[in-house]
Design a protein around this ligand. Structure first.
Ligand code: SF4
Ligand code: SF4
Length: 321
């Protein structure tokens, strides 16, 4: 049993089991046009891992079976995948709500210019990374030129109705540039709305704050800077029981590019698939069995429970952070 699991049991009186399938998350591969310094999956242009069409078909079958609230497509940069459109069309034809996580800049790449229009036509919900409304902070974390391209793309998405039309939601994602917890989500959302409106007349639906997990490139950097112990202590000391029932691993199943099943995208980064007691490959998926699976945890899980908590859908609890 991990130290995290013991603390959840002792302090919150809970055993960490999955309880339902609100979300079917699919990581379609690690290739990305960016190489951000905080990326927990160490994605970049040189990564070759890509989901096959056969595995996408397996995902479509699982979606039919479990009827999640939405299918959440992530990567890497999902737009780079040659079968993304076909995949989205199949899911939408089956009546599913589909969400794509975009880094915005990839939509300016040659050959992908029509993707925003495609997303609009298929009513794909968008979740876009923008770790700050200030250029300096975005450049530090995501590279030079990323801010300008992101702003340009947000303006384009607004002209298509994203962030304005209730059928075309556009959420932004904030994550801290350093080893500290995100500020309060609703307060930061007000700041983002004011600043992006004043500076660029950009509108968006809402903001998700996500903590940096102690894994991947972010963790490697902290180790180099000898700030890893301090950050881990901050996460442990911030443990908040109010976040535990909402942990995303309890409400989703995550399929990696190679068809292996995980509790969350962070566990993909650590090669920690679902517990041994349940089938690990999507071909062995069994809704009844997987829905009641025990969650596989580790020290990194403290990144989800510190302060207001953190998930791919933002903070998990109100309160201090
Ligand atoms: S954080 Fe997102 S945009 Fe940056 S390298 Fe990773 S997948 Fe790409
Ligand atoms: S890292 Fe994954 S398994 Fe751990 S608490 Fe967060 S969502 Fe759950």
């Amino acid at each position: 049993m991990s130290a995290f699991e013991t603390q959840v049991q002792k302090d919150c009186g809970l055993d960490l089991y999955a309880s339902k399938f609100d979300i079917l998350q699919v990581n379609v591969g690690f290739r990305c046009n960016q190489s951000c310094q905080h990326c927990h999956l160490a994605c970049g242009p040189d990564r070759r891992e890509m989901i096959t069409w056969e595995t996408m078909r397996d995902v479509i079958m699982v979606a039919k079976d479990i009827q999640p609230h939405f299918v959440d497509i992530t990567g890497g940069a999902p737009e780079i995948h040659p079968h993304l459109k076909r995949f989205v069309e199949a899911l939408r034809n089956d009546g599913h709500t589909v969400q794509v996580r975009t880094n915005l800049t990839v939509l300016t790449e040659p050959g992908l210019e029509d993707m925003p229009q495609f997303f609009k036509e298929h009513k794909v919900q968008l979740v876009a990374s923008l770790p700050c409304y200030l250029e300096e902070n975005v450049s530090i974390q995501r590279g030079n030129g990323v801010y300008e391209k992101s702003i340009r793309m947000l303006k384009k998405l607004n002209t298509l109705g994203y962030g304005l039309d209730p059928d075309l939601p556009l959420h932004l994602i904030y994550n801290p540039i350093g080893p500290f917890l995100p500020p309060h989500q609703s307060q930061l959302e007000s700041d983002y709305k004011r600043e992006l409106d004043d500076r660029f007349r950009i509108r968006f639906t809402g903001l998700y704050t996500i903590a940096n997990m102690p894994i991947g490139r972010f963790w490697e950097r902290l180790k180099k800077e000898k700030k890893d112990s301090e950050y881990m202590q901050l996460l442990r000391e911030g443990f908040n029981c109010q976040t535990v029932t909402e942990l995303m691993c309890r409400h989703q199943i995550c399929v990696a590019w190679d068809g292996v099943l995980y509790d969350c995208d962070f566990n993909i980064a650590l090669s920690l698939p679902v517990v041994e007691e349940v089938p690990e490959d999507i071909k062995g998926f069994n809704a009844e069995v997987h829905q009641k699976r025990k969650v596989r945890t580790g020290n990194h899980c403290y990144g989800c429970t510190a302060g207001s908590g953190s998930s791919c859908g933002g903070a998990l609890a109100s309160g201090s952070s």
